[in-house]
Ligand binder design. Structure first.
Ligand SMILES: Cc1cc2nc3c(=O)[nH]c(=O)nc-3n(C[C@H](O)[C@H](O)[C@H](O)COP(=O)(O)O)c2cc1C
Length: 429
């Protein structure tokens, strides 16, 4: 079976098989962003689950730009306590000989008001979502950009020193680097805005700074949108060009995803505005795997290994994606929040993984008519993500999951926990 075959990356590192746990934010760090025993327990369980590679959830380089309360934060070279905590986490996460890569990120304008009402971004375009949860951003100065580039490199080196076996730069899903890539969000007139070359400058500077710090043999990956699926946004043609630049920049694996909070295609969820169609030939595998056609179109033009994430549930679709050369690595997210050994199951012949997302509904059946409304669809989709957050919390703290956990209860608990974490952080000063 091709999913069991190892993959050799350009830097020489070998992934033992083709299945990877995609990055999933954990929210399990201390209020000041340090790794915990809960993170160790969670990743130990995932390491036992059979994936050749595990990606961490967002590790954030600026505590004022969390993707979510409870993120691990690395702003500068770690002190002894932080270094020890990172090392224990990496040790647990690699206990079965699999890879464990750190996803390094910055929330930019997708930082919730609860964390920071005045976030920084490429320019001052506020997120177009109802509910007033996101503040109007201030454009980063060039000095601030240079500082962030350095932080990405420092955080990567800290993870390498701690025993992580690779890093991933998060340039997808509408977070800071994705904001720079988008012509809708990036209205800058300096050399970080305008042409694609300028919009991709931050990403390429980050990759170069990391490579200079971690050396030639350490895997560097980038998670990139195949498109933002928005009118006037980062389009497939842009993405293809950026992939070619990343290949030249010594990136070892590019993970293809798509969308943002405004257009959550990454989860197969519809946003409030109509998705902008992209110019890519459709295939049958794509009925299940959201971005496989984009990866197929890319593979014919580049030789850098690609990981494709989003929607994969059947072994047949995964094997086919590898077979046709669309994916060198298949990313798995939601199924592994409950079926933590999903990769082993597939490698031992299971036909498919559970689709928990299909039965998670915030809106009860008697209010079913609301689901016709675009806004309610979006809210329902976001609430379901909190159910997965709750499963991750239970794995970390109790070592088990609860498939029957009510969606609304998960939403309330996770929301309250987020607020508690921010209160505790405020007390720390
Ligand atoms: C609970 C949860 C947390 C996530 N956190 C992250 C994250 O920290 N970084 C990231 O790049 N993607 C994140 N994602 C997106 C996943 O990596 C993946 O792209 C998405 O779930 C689609 O894959 P799936 O259909 O196999 O779930 C998250 C998804 C879920 C469900």
């Amino acid at each position: 079976m091709n999913l069991a075959e190892p993959v050799t990356l350009p830097c020489g590192a070998i992934l033992p098989n083709r299945l990877s746990k995609a990055a999933m934010t954990e929210g399990l760090a201390t209020p000041d962003g340090r790794p915990t025993a809960a993170l160790e327990q969670l990743y130990g369980i995932w390491s036992d689950g059979g994936c050749g590679m595990l990606l961490s959830g967002n590790i954030i380089i600026d505590k004022d730009h969390l993707e979510r309360p409870g993120n691990v934060v690395i702003e500068s070279a770690p002190d002894a306590d932080m270094a020890a905590r990172l090392a224990s986490w990496a040790k647990a996460a690699t206990r079965n000989g699999n890879h464990f890569w750190a996803q390094i990120s910055h929330g930019g304008r997708q930082t919730q008001k609860l964390v920071n009402p005045n976030p920084k971004s490429a320019s001052d375009v506020t997120l177009a979502l109802p509910g007033g949860q996101f503040g109007k951003p201030t454009p980063l100065t060039k000095d601030e950009i240079a500082d962030l580039v350095e932080r990405w490199a420092i955080a990567s080196k800290a993870c390498q020193d701690a025993g992580f076996t690779g890093v991933q730069v998060h340039a997808a899903h509408g977070y800071l680097i994705s904001q720079f890539l988008s012509p809708r969000v990036n209205l800058r007139e300096d050399d970080y805005g305008g042409s694609l070359e300028n919009r991709a400058r931050l990403l390429l500077e980050v990759v170069a700074a990391i490579r200079a710090k971690v050396g030639p043999e350490f895997p560097i990956s980038v998670k990139l949108n195949s498109a933002d699926f928005q009118k006037g946004g980062f389009a497939f043609e842009d993405s293809l060009t950026v992939v070619k630049w990343l290949e030249q920049a010594s990136v070892d694996l590019i993970e293809i995803s798509g969308g943002s909070y405004e257009q959550p295609k990454l989860m197969g969820i519809e946003g409030m505005e109509e998705a902008e169609q992209q110019n890519v030939a459709p295939s049958t595998v794509a009925r299940e795997a959201y971005f496989v056609d984009f990866a197929t179109a890319m593979q014919s033009e580049v030789s850098v290994p690609l990981m494709v994430t989003g929607g994969f549930r059947t072994r047949e679709a995964m094997e086919q994606a590898v077979e046709i050369g669309a994916a060198d690595v298949v990313g798995l997210g939601r199924p592994l929040c409950v079926a933590t050994d999903g990769a082993s199951q597939l490698l031992n012949g299971a036909e498919e993984l559970p689709r928990y997302e299909d039965s998670l509904d915030l809106i009860p059946n008697w209010l079913g008519f609301l689901k016709g409304l675009q806004m309610m669809k979006a809210i329902n989709g976001f609430a379901a993500i909190y159910w997965f957050y709750q499963q991750i919390w239970m794995l970390g703290h109790e070592g088990k999951t609860d498939e029957g956990f009510p969606v609304f209860k998960a939403f309330r608990i996770v929301d309250a926990r987020n607020k508690q974490i921010m209160k505790a952080r405020a007390r720390l000063g």
